[in-house]
Design a protein around this ligand. Structure first.
Ligand SMILES: Nc1ncnc2c1ncn2[C@@H]1O[C@H](COP(=O)(O)OP(=O)(O)OP(=O)(O)O)[C@@H](O)[C@H]1O
Length: 361
């Protein structure tokens, strides 16, 4: 089933952890600080990006590994062929950079997105709707990358060109117009691809959310609010015409780095940030599930749900488990106690985690 035979070596508080016998539904149970989220974080590094905590590699490395760490898993691609061996890690001897391997051959983190579709929901995202626009853009981009891995490249190239334009705009020396021309051309090429990727993602998420029943999850209505045009030519001429204004502000005031994700609770027509904590959680769950179902088409899907069940009332919890079963996606859940998961205990693979050690139950 998707990921199995998982190993963690010197990964935060896991000196040497092995998880065998994974199923579609998987549950890690243990006290606070036991190391459950650390396992999910290790799994999240089998996807492009910095993982579910966006931690630096040195933060992740445990004390037992001389400054490095490693994680591996076998991926069942579902086509009846041999499982694919995924590995990721960092070693100070190898310049401290992230190493990614597929079947023993080194590759880029971005290419992991071709093998599996990864999504997650963590308690840190509970305030997403009231958080900064940057956090919401990151959320949208991460979902887009899981569906179109090339989105990550457009995001990073846009950011790099934008940083350089901002550096020139804030420099004491008058910026070289030819250099600005070239940077704005790169920003327009990658920025329009980035914005169009966001628009496509939110369009298909909206369609998927509309297919689902309202109850028991609050149905969110998503709106992509770009900061301006998402067409390359229009973006380019806008930045050219705004050079004077941007020079005065010492930074680029418009572009995909200022886009917003609008979320309202459908039916109530209320901004998500003003909904109750439980409603916000239910909307986040609805978006995460809709996305997981979209992303998993054609590739194995893996969904990491950290402490989700405990925050839902019993009716929503049951509905969540039903949806997870039907999704075909592999799911990894965590909780401090097994009681809220009673409905799935018979079918899920369960591990008890304590002090960085995971034992099958
Ligand atoms: N680099 C590291 N090296 C060793 N231990 C670490 C490292 N980073 C974090 N830890 C330890 O990992 C533990 C936290 O693990 P984790 O976040 O997985 O807990 P959890 O089981 O999900 O708990 P909760 O239920 O509270 O969310 C803490 O004890 C922390 O000290």
């Amino acid at each position: 089933m998707a990921l199995d035979h998982i190993t963690l070596a010197s990964f935060r508080n896991h000196a040497a952890t092995r998880l065998d016998g994974a199923r579609q539904l998987n549950l890690l149970v243990g006290e606070n600080g036991a190391g459950k989220t650390n396992v999910l974080e290790a799994l999240s590094l089998f996807a492009p990006g910095r993982g579910l905590r966006r931690a630096s590699l040195t933060e992740v490395a445990g004390q037992s590994g001389q400054g490095g760490f490693g994680a591996s898993a076998l991926l069942d691609t579902g086509d009846g062929g041999e499982p694919v061996k995924l590995g990721t890690g960092m070693s100070p001897e190898r310049s401290g950079r992230r190493i990614v391997q597929v079947n023993g051959a080194e590759t880029s983190a971005i290419s992991l997105g071709e093998w599996l579709a990864m999504g997650w929901l963590t308690p840190a995202m509970d305030r997403l709707f009231a958080d900064t626009a940057t956090a919401r853009r990151r959320f949208v981009d991460r979902m887009a990358v899981a569906i179109e891995p090339g989105h990550a490249r457009h995001a990073s190239r846009y950011e790099a060109a934008l940083r350089e334009r901002n550096r020139l705009l804030s420099d004491e020396m008058e910026p070289d117009p030819a250099w600005l021309d070239s940077l704005e051309a790169q920003m327009a090429s990658h920025g329009s691809a980035l914005a169009q990727g966001r628009a496509r993602l939110l369009g298909s998420l909206t369609t998927r959310l509309e297919e689902l029943p309202d109850a028991p999850f609050a149905r969110p209505a998503l709106a992509y609010l770009p900061s301006g045009s998402i067409e390359e030519e229009v973006m380019l001429s806008q930045w050219r015409s705004e050079r004077g204004r941007d020079r005065a502000a010492q930074r680029t005031l418009s572009g995909p780095h200022r886009d917003e994700l609008g979320v309202t609770m459908a039916g109530k027509d209320m901004p998500a940030s003003e909904c109750s904590t439980g409603e916000q959680k239910a909307m986040l769950v609805a978006i995460t599930l809709a996305h997981a179902e979209l992303a998993a088409r054609g590739r194995p899907g893996v969904l990491l749900l950290d402490e989700v069940a405990a925050h839902l009332d019993p009716i929503r919890r049951e509905a969540l488990f039903d949806r997870l079963r039907d999704s075909g996606t592999q799911v990894w859940l965590t909780g401090t106690e097994p009681a809220p998961f009673e409905a799935i205990l018979g079918e899920a693979a369960v591990w008890r985690v304590a002090d960085g050690v995971a034992e099958p139950v």
